[in-house]
Design a protein around this ligand. Structure first.
Ligand SMILES: NC(=O)c1ccc[n+]([C@@H]2O[C@H](COP(=O)([O-])OP(=O)(O)OC[C@H]3O[C@@H](n4cnc5c(N)ncnc54)[C@H](OP(=O)(O)O)[C@@H]3O)[C@@H](O)[C@H]2O)c1
Length: 255
């Protein structure tokens, strides 16, 4: 066995927002490293399609349609994972949203609640439910929250989203501090601009795209696959002494 062990063999991972974009790539990547994967998102067809991709790695994949804004569905997600695959070792809180683009004073109450409920409240409750299941494991567990560069840099066009991701960064640290003694590690990845549907308004705009590429050390935007290595590291025992940390994956945009 190598000193740094990245294997996820025998582990069960739950990934939210797993049907497309970053969550889909993470689900496949975790399975390629040995984990069985439970995929959660709202639309069943897309989710089943992603689950079929995960199965091609030879690992088990379970698609469980879930709206993370409904707390009772989060509880059901953990219960069905335990019923179907027997344990929970890894949770990737990836589902996130940003329904508005513009100055922060224009965000109405409904949009503000949607942002905070998806990007913060859902992660709090799903992590707490997952912790209960992880306490049954001898080896504890690893929770990885998908935050954003927007959580550490103020934005004048996606301000509500920035506030929610900053809150998520602190939620990560609070959980890491509180649950370390339970053997549960909690970390964050913060992607820069990644080529997914979610961020199309940015990378499809030639002016914004050129500015972002020009200001990046690696001279490109990210792909969903660029997120996988850090997640596998944080999920595995290779990162056994890492908790409460934020790994920024932005191609060196803020150096
Ligand atoms: N792309 C970027 O540039 C970028 C940068 C920084 C951070 N991020 C973060 O990365 C994460 C993933 O983003 P992405 O770019 O991969 O987005 P995406 O391609 O739009 O995928 C979003 C995924 O989340 C699911 N989802 C959305 N709302 C949900 C809900 N209420 N309940 C359950 N699932 C839900 C979607 O499926 P359904 O619609 O079927 O539910 C889909 O599977 C988000 O947290 C985002 O904030 C993205």
């Amino acid at each position: 066995m190598p000193l740094a062990n990245f294997s996820l063999e025998g582990k069960v991972a739950i990934v939210t927002g797993a049907s497309r974009g970053i969550g889909r790539a993470i689900s496949i990547g975790l399975a390629e490293h040995g984990a069985d994967v439970v995929l959660a998102a709202r639309k069943p067809e897309d989710l089943e399609d992603a689950a079929q991709e995960v199965k091609k790695t030879g690992k088990k994949a379970l698609a469980i349609p879930t709206n993370v804004r409904r707390t009772e569905e989060l509880k059901k997600l953990i219960d069905e994972t335990l019923k179907g695959l027997g344990r929970v070792d890894i949770l990737v809180n990836n589902a996130g949203t940003n329904p508005v683009f513009g100055p922060i004073q224009e965000i109405d109450e409904r949009a503000f609640d949607t942002i905070m409920n998806t990007n913060v409240k859902a992660i709090h409750f799903l992590s707490a439910f997952a912790r209960e299941a992880m306490l049954q494991n001898e080896s504890g567990g690893s929770i990885i929250n998908v935050s954003s560069l927007g959580g550490i840099q103020a934005s004048d066009v996606i301000g509500g989203y920035s506030v929610s991701k900053a809150a998520l960064n602190m939620l990560t640290q609070v959980c890491a501090r509180t649950w370390g003694k339970d053997g549960i590690r909690v970390n964050t990845i913060s992607p820069g601009l990644i080529k997914t549907e979610f961020a199309r308004a940015l990378w499809d705009n030639e002016k914004i795209y050129n500015e972002l590429v020009g200001s990046s050390a690696l001279q490109r935007i990210g792909l969903p696959e660029d997120m996988v290595g850090a997640v596998v590291y944080l999920a595995s025992s290779a990162s056994s002494f890492v908790t409460g940390q934020n790994v920024v994956l932005d191609g060196g945009r803020h150096l």
